[in-house]
Design a protein around this ligand. Structure first.
Ligand SMILES: Cc1ncc(COP(=O)(O)O)c(C=O)c1O
Length: 456
């Protein structure tokens, strides 16, 4: 029988080689999935292969299709890298192979979740009694938090949605900002609340919900209500005005949910904390760890002020399950039953950064955004479209939509950096996003030069 640890050295060697080249390899992949399938695919052979040979073939075959999204110059979407301690801890998670559903299956995983949860609530300035579920991403966090919202607003209306479903239930009205992230609508679909029926409140030129329009909207509604707002618009980085929005929600007993996939981390840094003023008054929050906290995919937190509502929406019960009284059964905070010990890399990231390291990481990436905006503003005919309040830069390059699209594709092909486009006020524009711990000023300068060259 093969040794239990065979293959680990090969994996470590391949990983180390990859990480050593990460800063300098072209950011885009050099092969598409068809090419990778041609190398790694075919009929599954009858005979097995020893772990080392599997690892060698896998790493070599996948190599041209790997995107350097963990590296310092991937500025597309909102992509974090992986802090060394978080990466190493993630390897331990696989070696330990804990089923982090129940305390009885892993007291260590339960304890580490509790510690990471406490630290996160403290760092983000959220109520100490809130409950935290460690989910797969912003999508999972929004869905979990909105499931708790659905429970709570219907319970207040005398309806038990977990037992009786939505057929015949009082109608839940969901109100979102015009610029709510797509994952909010997917969550509404999954929860039977309806994506198309959500009421969209107008936003300003930065994508911020208009609080007066929200007040007016809520005044015209009655019955159970959920309001979804944003900390960190995916294009501009803008924050909704939480104080007046929380006032309006309180006046109408509406559940307030904050999608803060990346923006909620602004609370951890002194210079950006004020952007979140009033966000602590919400009922639930979604925040990713695989973005700005720089832990490996997939990792995020669903946070709910009313822990009972969170558990009511998510809890799992079956006669054979061993519940240890007074201990954390993590499955009661997430949609999954069996799952990996996802909080371990979160713990490692927080412990390795410390409070000051996290603040510095957030502030450094925000400074990168300002530096990039200053460079791009110098391109003749280029226009910075957003107030650069956080880590996002939205720029319209000279020429029309076709010229902007062509420039984005040229930058992606050239390989110094990678960034994407978006539609903003009817036009194709370029968006540049910073959330990687390893990005330096020199990376920003090099990338700005590559963008300027693509325009020229
Ligand atoms: C505001 C916002 N919400 C939700 C998401 C979705 O997060 P995930 O891709 O982790 O599901 C994103 C991703 O960029 C986001 O920016």
């Amino acid at each position: 029988m093969a040794e239990r640890d065979s293959g680990l050295s090969a994996a470590a060697d391949h990983a180390a080689r990859f990480l050593r080249t990460l800063d300098e390899r072209p950011v885009a992949a050099r092969a598409d999935a068809t090419a990778i399938r041609d190398v790694l695919g075919g009929t599954l052979p009858d005979e097995g292969l020893d772990p080392e040979a599997v690892l060698d073939a896998l790493a070599t075959g996948a190599e041209p299709g790997i995107v350097a999204s963990a590296g310092p110059r991937h500025f597309g979407f909102v992509i974090g890298g992986t802090l060394p301690a978080a990466l190493a801890a993630d390897w331990l998670v696989s070696a330990w192979d804990q089923c982090a559903a129940f305390h009885s299956l892993s007291p260590a995983a339960a304890a580490i979740e509790e510690i990471a949860a406490e630290w996160i609530l403290d760092l983000l300035g959220l109520p100490a009694g809130a409950s935290v579920g460690f989910v797969t991403g912003g999508q999972g966090a929004n869905t979990t938090a909105l499931a708790a919202a659905r429970h709570a607003v219907l319970e207040r209306a005398g309806w038990d949605v977990e037992s009786d479903g939505l057929a015949g239930a009082p109608r839940v009205r969901v109100v979102c900002g015009e610029q709510a992230h797509a994952t909010i609508y997917t969550a509404l679909r999954l929860l039977g609340l309806g994506a198309q029926t959500a009421i969209r409140v107008q936003a300003d030129g930065q994508g911020r919900m208009d609080p007066a329009a929200l007040r007016e909207t809520l005044a015209g509604l009655d019955g159970p209500m959920i309001v979804c707002v944003q900390a960190g618009n995916v294009a501009t980085g803008a924050f909704d005005a939480f104080e007046p929005i929380a006032d309006a929600c309180a006046a109408h007993r509406a559940w307030l949910h904050v999608d803060g996939a990346f923006g909620l981390w602004a609370a951890a840094a002194p210079s950006t904390r004020a952007l979140l003023q009033g966000a602590e008054r919400a009922d639930s929050w979604a925040v990713d760890a695989h973005k700005w906290l720089n832990v490996p995919y997939d990792s995020a937190m669903a946070i709910v002020a009313d822990a009972d509502a969170h558990r009511a929406a998510m809890s799992l019960a079956a006669s054979y399950l061993v519940a240890d009284a007074g201990e954390r059964d993590s499955t009661n905070y997430v949609p999954e039953s069996s799952r990996r010990a996802r909080a371990v890399p979160v713990y490692a990231a927080l412990r390795s950064l410390g409070r000051s390291g996290l603040a510095e990481l957030v502030e450094r990436n925000c400074a990168h955004a300002r530096r990039m905006a200053a460079h791009l503003a110098e391109i003749p005919g280029g226009e910075i479209l957003n107030e650069v309040v956080l880590n996002q830069v939205l720029v319209r390059l000279p020429g029309g939509d076709d010229a902007n699209r062509a420039a984005i594709e040229a930058v992606q092909r050239e390989g110094t950096c990678w960034l994407g486009g978006t539609q903003w006020e009817g036009h194709t524009v370029m968006r540049v996003s910073f959330s990687n711990w390893s990005t330096s000023d020199a990376d920003v300068d090099r990338s700005a030069a590559a963008i300027a060259a693509a325009v020229a």
